[in-house]
Design a protein around this ligand. Structure first.
Ligand code: GLT
Ligand code: MN
Ligand code: MN
Length: 389
């Protein structure tokens, strides 16, 4: 592998314990590779050159661990972090695996489940902060329904809001330096999950007590499952100052949640995503929320992890090439570089401008007849991606 695409700490590449630790289980068959302990996963990530490791409370400490086991596990994990230099930039809560959460956590109809979810999340936040996390992710995998006969959607939204408000107040009370990042997914494991897209969350956040603490964690696969352009969702989040974290993976449209290796499937979309993140200077973590094919052994998991980071850096290099390509840039410029003689200048609203615009004689036919050369521009883009430019 050429050095140019070797991961470095400044690239901020992170993986979850649940990603490289995925043992290859799927709904149709059991694991195909050995279980790795958190310490072994940290060592593996150190070996492949990742910057950080993220976790759900129960990826690290099993849900039924005794206090003594908890302490020992956290101690061993801290030692592995110190030995490898890996950081913990993000943590989250598992509010979806345990049968107690089968009808949701914060939106459950059962007030005892909602209270348990708050308690579990506060303890998980304590653990995350203890290990250095600055971002706390909320993915409400079970916050939904199979049938709308079961739950009042309006009430569910209010419960979700109440829970997040409670937890922002808790974080402030504890003086935690922690931001929340909400992750949307339209369905799976529920038939429908509430607040199904990043755009839904961006609207919802503004209804919270502390919107400044709360942003989003968009995931490629999840927006693709909704049939959406992921980069557009990311751009909207960035514009709103809400891109606190990002889950990179890949996904074919119209399929189950595949969590494919980043960069492996939707090549043009991935290119424009990386170009966007690099062009705006997104300063956060590049988290790979994906896992190796079920066909792989532990060596294949390393191939998966190395490939994710390497592909990101290749896309980044292609984006630089695109930005520096004279022919491409000339075409980009040409679209907006047109004579505007006589056109009223628009610098915000004024009555004078409004009147001038309403009185101006536009040559609508000429506007519609102009060719924009996007075919040529896209072909040049494809040629950059295919390596002939
Ligand atoms: C789960 C889900 C991911 C979320 C994780 C955080 S867990 O693997 O599929 O998209 O980001 O809870
Ligand atoms: Mn995710
Ligand atoms: Mn996913």
């Amino acid at each position: 592998m050429s050095d140019q695409y070797a991961p470095k700490p400044e690239h901020k590449f992170t993986f979850g314990l649940w990603t490289v630790g995925n043992p290859g289980r799927d709904p149709f068959g059991p694991p195909t590779r050995p279980h790795l302990s958190p310490v072994e996963i940290v060592q593996l990530l150190g070996e492949v050159g990742a910057y950080g490791v993220n976790f759900h409370d129960n990826d690290l400490v099993p849900i039924d661990a005794t206090p003594a086991q908890h302490d020992q596990i956290v101690k061993d994990f801290k030692k592995a972090l110190a030995d490898t230099g890996l950081k913990v930039p993000m943590a989250t809560t598992n509010l979806f695996s345990d049968p107690a959460f089968k009808d949701g956590a914060f939106t459950s109809n059962d007030p005892r489940v909602r209270a348990y979810a708050l308690s579990k999340t506060m303890k998980a936040m304590d653990l995350g902060v203890e290990l250095g996390a600055k971002v706390y992710v909320f993915w409400g995998g079970r916050e939904g329904v199979e049938t709308d006969a079961a739950k009042d959607a309006l009430e569910a939204g209010k419960r979700f809001r109440d829970a997040l408000n409670f937890l922002t107040h808790y974080a402030r009370d504890q003086k935690y330096d922690l931001k929340f990042a909400l992750e949307a997914k339209p369905n799976e494991p529920r038939h429908d999950i509430y607040l199904p897209t990043t755009g839904s969350f961006l609207g919802f956040i503004e209804t919270l007590d502390h919107p400044e603490m709360v942003g989003v964690n968009p995931e490629v696969a999840h927006e693709h499952m909704s049939g959406l352009n992921f980069m557009h969702a990311v751009a909207q989040a960035w514009d709103a100052g809400k891109l606190f974290h990002i889950d990179l993976n890949d996904q074919a449209f119209g399929r189950y949640d595949q969590d494919l290796r980043f960069g492996s499937h939707s090549i043009k979309s991935n290119f424009f995503l990386v170009k966007f993140l690099e062009d705006v200077g997104y300063p956060g973590m590049r988290h790979f929320d994906s896992h190796a094919y079920r066909t792989e052994d532990v060596e294949g998991v390393k191939d998966f992890a190395r490939g994710s980071m390497r592909s990101y850096l290749i896309y980044k290099e292609k984006a630089k090439r695109w930005n520096e390509d004279k022919e491409i840039q000339a075409l980009v410029k040409e679209v907006a570089d047109v004579p505007t003689d006589g056109l009223p200048a628009i610098d915000g609203y004024s009555k004078k401008t409004a009147d001038a615009l309403k009185g101006f004689a536009f040559d609508r036919i000429a506007l519609g007849a102009r060719g924009l050369q996007y075919e040529k521009l896209d072909q040049l883009t494809i040629e950059v991606l295919l390596g002939v430019r």
